[in-house]
Write a protein that binds this ligand. Structure first.
Ligand code: NAD
Ligand code: UDP
Length: 330
């Protein structure tokens, strides 16, 4: 039986495929390569280039493969872009999921693990955030993902498709050997941008906002290593295979780091000076986002291996310093 990874050529998806292959799973990947990279996908996985919204294409994949479960990463995920082009987000993310579920139902595939996000919580009432806290997104990206969670809930009731929604906080790092890593185009995330400055590919880091209601005035975020994140998906697949009910879990480290602390950690991890300056706030950034991930630890048995931000950044640096142009395929 095969695990089908949608968006498996992307940053998180490629680490998931890597872990699955290492664990001896049979893996197939669907990706339209709009954002992802063919070279990021382990050769042991069968690769199908196409769009998850194309149902005929998806049907052909489901006909060729004996699929036991789907892991769904295929989505757009840039918050400011979603503010400018909300319909693209509802089309690719939300409508994309509807196609996936329709085809899963046609082929009687009843388990899906999916990337949700801290952005579904909007501006939190309290931190650390628990899964039961209110979800009121403040941007179309978060809304598109919350809609996906709700669609899955009703599809479970109607068709018995069981799901696990994993609400990631800030994902960072790369496989420890530096062979795969983060290569988003355009890059918007803090850690890779800081490392591009360390690499001399950008002049300086702009720290967006220094007057937030946080200890040093910059935003506080909760970072989780991409390999720990992939392992949580493997546990979620096992959880569903054991016949458990649909569920949602936060994935973070439960420790917050300010943007200035990330800069300092990156200076230590790279040994580089990394020039930085304060810049205006970026719209839509809540002061602090920290996960309460105790439910994932308790129910899924998740034990993240990385609890040190400097070590997380060091793995990302191994990738960035050896692949300054990423996969160099765009
Ligand atoms: P990514 O852009 O690197 O990966 C997404 C992959 O999906 C890409 O390879 C892209 O080509 C593919 N894709 C997109 N739309 C598709 C479609 N319609 N059909 C087929 N393939 C399609 O992004 P990522 O950082 O790896 O994120 C993966 C998932 O995790 C996304 O759903 C994102 O919303 C979610 N997420 C990411 C973070 C983060 O910090 N990176 C945080 C929270 C949630
Ligand atoms: N950030 C920044 N400069 C940059 C990129 C990001 O100061 O060049 C800040 C951003 O405003 C936020 C934090 O870094 O406070 C994390 O942003 P990222 O986009 O990495 O993740 P998000 O929290 O939006 O998911």
């Amino acid at each position: 039986m095969t695990v089908l990874v949608l968006g498996g050529a992307g940053y998180i998806g490629s680490h998931m495929v890597d872990r699955l292959v290492d664990q001896g799973s049979d893996v197939a990947v669907v990706d339209n390569l709009v954002k992802g990279h063919r070279a990021a996908v382990r050769p042991e996985a069968r690769f199908y280039k196409g769009d998850v919204r194309d149902k005929d294409f998806m049907r052909s994949v489901f006909r060729q493969e004996d699929i036991e479960a789907v892991v769904h990463f295929a989505a757009f995920s840039i918050v400011p872009e979603s503010m400018q082009q909300p319909l693209d987000y509802f089309d690719n993310n939300t409508a994309g999921l509807i196609s996936v579920l329709e085809v899963m139902n046609e082929f009687n595939v009843k388990r899906i693990v999916f990337s949700s996000t801290a952005a579904t919580y909007g501006t939190p009432e309290r931190v650390p955030i628990k899964e039961t806290d209110k979800q009121e997104p403040i941007n179309p990206y978060g809304e598109s993902k919350l809609m996906m969670e709700k669609i899955m809930h009703w599809s479970d009731l109607a068709y018995g498709i069981k799901f696990v929604a994993l609400r990631y906080f800030n994902v960072a790092g790369a496989k420890a050997d530096g062979s795969i890593g983060e290569d988003h185009g355009p890059e918007t995330h803090l850690v890779p941008i800081v490392l591009q400055v360390a690499n001399g590919q950008r002049d300086k880091l702009k720290i967006f906002g220094s007057d937030y209601d946080t200890p040093d005035g910059t935003n506080v975020r909760d970072y989780v290593h991409v390999v720990d994140l992939a392992d949580a998906h493997i546990l979620a697949l096992k959880y569903l295979a054991a016949g458990n009910d649909s569920n949602a879990f936060n994935l973070g480290s439960a420790t917050g780091f300010s943007n200035r602390q990330i800069l300092e950690a990156a200076r230590k991890a790279t040994g580089k000076e990394i020039p930085a300056e304060d810049a205006p706030r970026r719209p839509g950034d809540p002061d602090t986002l920290i996960a309460d991930s105790s439910k994932a630890r308790k129910v899924l048995g998740w034990k993240p291996q990385y609890d040190d931000i400097e070590k997380i950044i060091a793995t990302a640096w191994k990738w960035h310093s050896t692949h300054p142009n990423g996969y160099n395929d765009k």
